[in-house]
Structures are given as C-alpha cells and as structure tokens.
Design a protein around this ligand. Structure first.
Ligand SMILES: [Fe+2]
Length: 308
C-alpha cells in the first residue's frame, strides 16, 4: 500500500501505528478501504508525520462524514473551518487533579453519550505538544467486556444507562473527578449553555454490539452517566460503579504521548477516552474533527416517554 502498519506500543488487543502515509495517498480507494477496515479492527490508529487542515479533513472523510460537534451546534465561535475544533490550553478549564493545577483535564468518557446518536469517532491532530503531560488516555471496551466476570456479564445484560450532559466533571455522579475546578473559559460556558437549552436525557444499552463484527463491548461512559434505567437507586448505582471500576482498571489504560505532526483516530463507540491535562503554564494546541455516526442503539428519554 506504500505505508507501514505496526502495533501500538505495549498493546496486543487494540491499536495500530501508520507511518509513511502521504497526503496524496489519502484519496486512493484501495487505501481508504484498507484504513477503514483497520480502524474497525483495531479501534485506535496513530498516523505519524501527517499534518495540515486539508489532510485532516480528507483523512476524516474516510471514516465518516465530519460533523459539527454537538456542543458547538448552537454556539457562534469564530473558527477557520466549522468542522475542526481547536483545543488549546489558552482556552481550557483549569482544574486541580491529584493536588496539582492542570489545564484541559477530562474524565473518562465517550463523546456525545448525552445524545441519542453517538458520533463514530474523531481525529485529534497535534499542533503544539507540551514538554510534560497533554496525553490522551484510551481503554478498549471490547477487551474490557471479555475480561468481565461471567456473573457480572449476566447481571448487566439487557440493562440500559441514562445520561445527562454536564460540562463540569466536578459534579460527575459516577466518573473520576478532579479535586476542584479553578476556572471555566467563556467558550466552555457558551457550549454548555447552548447545549443545556435543549436538555433531554439519553439512554444507551450497557452492553452493545459492534456493527459489522458482532463483538460485544461495554458501552458505559463514566462521565455523563446518571444511573441505570429503572434502577436509579442504591442497588443500581452500586452495580454501575462496579462495572466502571472494572472498565477503568489501571492495567487497561493506554496513555498516548503525542509527537508534533501526528494524528490520532479513535472509534468512539468502542473506546473510552480521557485527557490527562497539561501542567499550568505549558502550551498544548490540538485540532480535532468529529465523525458522524449512529450505531442505532441509543434513544432519548423524551421519545421513550412519548411512545408509552
Ligand atoms: Fe472526548
């Protein structure tokens, strides 16, 4: 194909690294098909030595239609390209995590779980990389499902989780939390206010099936989770916490340290991700696209109520 594929360092169950993919190769049909198949198989692909907004958009189009991120649909923020979001330490929330001030920390989550249609993925492009920190964490939820104790698999089969949007994970009910928040930038407030105008809880199965492969994966986003449908009580909350504790065990975490001019694609249906944050005073600049998708297994609480 003209490029090299190698495993992601230290990972046997997911992930691939591609080197030597030139921008002009992105449009070749055979390469597009091979990259899509690799993505579904591996969940995360790191593209080394690839840069530029044009390559970023064209690469994204292989894996799904780039869409405006749900949080930005009702917000007017000047951007060079509406399909690309800048993620910059100059405009990110400041938190205290494990006693240290850091910028851009995000709890374990799946994007858009607070809507009925979870986007299929995204591509993060590293523009400016800090000397310390700034990593993205990934956890494979196919491997996490396979490793669940059999009795726990039985207890969660057929259950659904209800989600509610919150911009501030200090208030997260089930997810990992920072010690405190020191600031929230205006852009985050605008995103939060714009989205919350139309807030309806979403509902997703706790175990989902990967379209095209039939593999089961745990489908729980710790950040945004509000409870188990029909079990929003101590028993249900304890079960949800037990599942999350299994899925986010330290040995399951892959921490990606970026190089400049690198793009990282992930499957948002299959992978949990988080941002470990950047030490205060250091600069990190990323750009990301969001890939439209609907796995067809989510719904809105309002629509469910109306149908009853
Ligand atoms: Fe995210």
């Amino acid at each position: 194909m003209g490029y090299e594929v190698s495993p992601l360092a230290g990972q046997s169950e997911f992930g691939a690294v591609i080197t030597g993919l030139k921008p002009e190769m992105i449009d070749e049909p055979e390469i597009r098909q091979a990259l899509y198949t690799l993505w579904i198989d591996k969940g995360v692909i790191v593209f080394r030595d690839l840069s530029g907004m044009d390559s970023h958009i064209r690469l994204s189009e292989i894996f799904g239609e780039p869409e405006v991120h749900p949080l930005l649909r009702n917000v007017d923020i000047p951007r060079e390209n509406k399909l690309i979001i800048d993620i910059d330490t100059d405009a990110s929330a400041v938190y205290i995590v494990d006693g240290k001030e850091c910028v851009g920390w995000l709890a374990w989550h799946k994007d858009s779980m607070y809507t009925d249609k979870i986007n299929h993925g995204g591509i993060l492009a590293a523009i400016e990389v800090p000397e310390e920190g700034g990593e993205t964490g990934f956890i494979d939820q196919v491997a996490a499902y396979n490793a669940l104790p059999e009795d726990l698999k039985k207890r969660i089969e057929g259950l659904n989780v209800v989600y509610r949007f919150t911009i501030d994970s200090c208030g997260s009910k089930f997810g990992d939390k920072p010690d405190d928040r020191l600031s929230l930038p205006d852009v985050a407030k605008k995103m939060s206010d714009g989205f919350n105008k139309n807030l309806v809880r979403s509902i997703h199965p706790m175990v989902a099936v990967q379209p095209g492969t039939g593999r089961k994966f745990v489908n729980v986003s710790p950040w945004f989770a509000d409870g188990i449908e029909g079990m929003e009580n101590d028993e249900g909350n304890a079960l949800l916490r037990e599942v999350i504790a299994h899925n986010t065990r330290p040995e399951r975490i892959y921490k990606h340290k970026y190089s400049a001019n690198e793009m990282v694609l992930w499957d948002n249906w299959r992978m949990l991700h988080c941002a470990f944050g950047t030490p205060l005073g250091m600069k990190r600049h990323m750009r990301r696209t969001t890939l439209f998708g609907d796995y067809g297994q989510g719904r809105l609480e309002e629509a469910t109520a109306a149908a009853e």
